[in-house]
Design a protein around this ligand. Structure first.
Ligand code: NOJ
Length: 599
């Protein structure tokens, strides 16, 4: 039991025991917390093999402590064949040798706790690796584990292995069909991701109990919560119906049949009780592609004892052409993005809780995607995107390097990519006749490898990430964008993130205040008002690479709105600016100001 586990909440007047450290898990602690995601493979390599590892993370923890974050979310470090960089797990109770040992992980947990940082593990239980002993056993049709996965015969009237013989028409997320034929038994198994990631059958109670036992084992080891990978996929429509087929698509969609099934709430509540997620005040965040506000509201309703919060995908699916996949690029007008975040704020205002994110290991870099990563505007746009997100209500997630304004990778050749999704996409699209330049263009915008280039610590040849050959190329811009350069620079993106995180910790308007979007249709300005206990914060952010006047000039949304805003900011104090010292009614490109009102 770690010294920070589940200390009973002391009454408000209870004196602290001499020398006692405060519990890191008071009830509801995550409502004022900021989470930092580490993608271990790309964070810091301690042994020169070119792959990041646990001792590397421990050695860099002071960077996180100085940033002021409360939680470290560790992407998977379990034993894995690494088909999907660790999201294919072959042993839930061991660490992959490429990342270190269980002892290294214990040391990281202890080092986090010493700094007041909680550690949250990635929990990948919609699927295992095909090399997990459960699946190996399950390959035998007579095995009691056969039912732990989704084994099905060929479609009636079809010979196994012939075109269209798969049990249904679902496509896998990493291209190709979602079914793989096992020649030995002549049956197919379901894999919503790669064939090396077979889906577990959560309908089987033994599967669920095995997962809960494993989770309890990690809690006893000292972890403070779980980020749950595609957790809404654990309940499927058990009839596995064919999905809709988009024009020209080789497969049907696995949505809606594979997600948000009828037993999702039941499974989550069962897990909550069986692991003691509530009593121990563990942080839980469920990754939920394809979930609506209604689902999120239900799942995060504290009265239902399911999850603390979910990751929505709606705002990161807005730059997709209608009916297309993530590779079909489309422009994203600012009002559409603002309205989407607003709908989640309002939808979960009185019940439930939001997570807030621009970035993670699956998404391109925020400054390249939503900001302007040109040398002229990179710093300002990274700061302003951070200001806007962190001034929403919810728990913000910072992805490694975001606090530096790290940019997309800039890869121009397929040989530079390592991500299974990107490499498979390239092959599949070429096979369908898509021009190579078009595929490379969409990869350069959307590939997950954009987020996975090594963390930029300094301006040395491999950015201080490794002394060896990095598994994925370091971005050449590490010579100027790196921790060492930003560390003591008050004008850096890093300094701005520190200020935003500190503000959330000290100002209840940021963590708890009511949310209001002003000027929703303005195409440059993102204006938010937060109010709480007679105080208010107003964010005025120019989310464009052109100056924006609050007075005169082109006023696309009408004089009344802007007049109201002018009146509001006339005598207010600027609490947190991106451009200190600038005042007046014109905002520079990507300038934002947080104004404070009231005592
Ligand atoms: C979501 C994870 O974030 C992603 O990286 C992974 O490939 C899939 N789930 C499958 O585990």
């Amino acid at each position: 039991m770690s010294s920070f586990d589940a200390a009973p909440a002391a009454g408000p007047d209870a004196p602290a025991a001499p020398g006692a450290r405060p519990s890191l898990r008071e009830p509801g602690w995550w409502r004022t917390a900021v989470v930092y995601q580490v993608y271990p493979r790309s964070f810091a390599d301690s042994d020169g093999d070119g792959v990041g590892d646990l001792p590397g993370i421990t050695a860099r923890l002071d960077h996180l402590a100085n940033l002021g974050i409360d939680v470290l979310w560790l992407s998977p470090v379990y034993r894995s064949p690494m088909d999907d960089n660790g999201y294919d797990i072959s042993d839930y109770r061991d660490v992959d040798p490429s990342f270190g040992t269980l002892a290294d992980l214990d040391a990281l947990i202890a080092a986090c706790h010493d700094r007041g940082i909680r550690l949250v593990m990635d929990l990948v239980v919609n699927h295992t690796s095909d090399e997990h002993p459960w699946f190996v056993e399950s390959r035998d049709p007579r095995s009691p584990k056969r039912d732990w996965y989704w084994w099905r015969p060929a479609r009636p009237g079809h010979e196994p292995g012939t075109p269209g013989a798969e049990p249904n028409n679902w496509g896998a997320a990493f291209s190709g069909p979602a079914w793989h034929l096992d020649a030995a038994s002549g049956e197919y198994y379901l894999h919503l991701f790669s064939p090396k990631q077979p889906d577990l059958n959560w309908e089987n109670p033994q599967v669920r109990q095995a997962v809960y036992a494993m989770m309890r084992w990690w809690v006893e080891r000292g972890v403070d919560g779980f980020r749950m990978d595609v957790i809404n996929f654990i309940s499927k429509d058990v009839t596995l119906p064919d999905g809709p087929v988009a024009p020209g698509a080789p497969h049907g969609s696995a949505f809606p049949g594979s997600a948000n099934g009828p037993r999702l709430d039941e499974f989550l509540a069962e897990m909550h009780a069986a692991v003691g997620l509530g009593e121990q005040h563990l942080l839980t965040v469920g990754e939920m592609p394809g979930s609506t506000i209604e689902v999120a509201r239900r799942v995060t309703d504290p009265a239902r004892d399911e999850l603390n919060m979910v990751f929505t995908f709606e705002h990161v699916d807005l730059d997709v052409a209608p009916g297309g996949t993530k590779w079909d690029l489309a422009d994203l007008p600012l009002p559409v993005l603002k309205r989407n975040l607003e709908s989640w704020q309002l939808g979960l205002a009185d019940v439930g809780w939001n997570s807030l994110y621009w970035n993670n290991h699956d998404q391109p870099r925020a400054v390249s995607r939503f900001g302007d990563d040109s040398p002229e505007h990179r710093v300002s746009s990274a700061k302003t995107l951070a200001t806007v997100l962190h001034l929403h209500r919810g728990t913000p997630f910072v992805y490694q390097g975001e606090e530096l304004g790290m940019t997309n990778a800039g890869f121009a050749q397929i040989g530079q990519y390592r991500d299974i999704e990107s490499v498979n996409r390239h092959a599949a699209a070429l096979g369908l006749g898509t021009p190579a330049e078009e595929i490379l263009r969409s990869l350069s915008v959307k590939s997950r490898d954009n987020a996975r280039t090594p963390m930029q610590w300094d301006d040395s040849p491999h950015a201080g990430f490794t002394t060896g050959e990095p598994w994925l190329a370091v971005n050449p811009n590490h010579t100027s964008i790196n921790v060492a350069a930003a560390q003591d620079d008050p004008a850096s993106v890093l300094a701005h993130y520190r200020a935003l995180i500190a503000l959330r910790h000290t100002d209840p308007v940021v963590s708890e205040g009511d949310f209001e979007l002003l000027l929703p249709d303005h195409e440059q300005l993102w204006v938010i008002r937060r109010t709480h206990g007679g105080r208010a914060l107003l964010v005025v952010a120019n989310c464009s690479s052109q100056p924006c006047a609050l007075a005169g000039g082109e006023e696309p949304t009408g004089e009344d709105d802007l007049a109201g805003l002018r009146a509001l900011v006339a005598d207010a104090d600027v609490l947190l600016p991106t451009h200190p010292g600038r005042q007046g009614l014109e905002l520079a490109p990507w300038e934002s100001r947080v104004y404070a009102f009231g005592a």
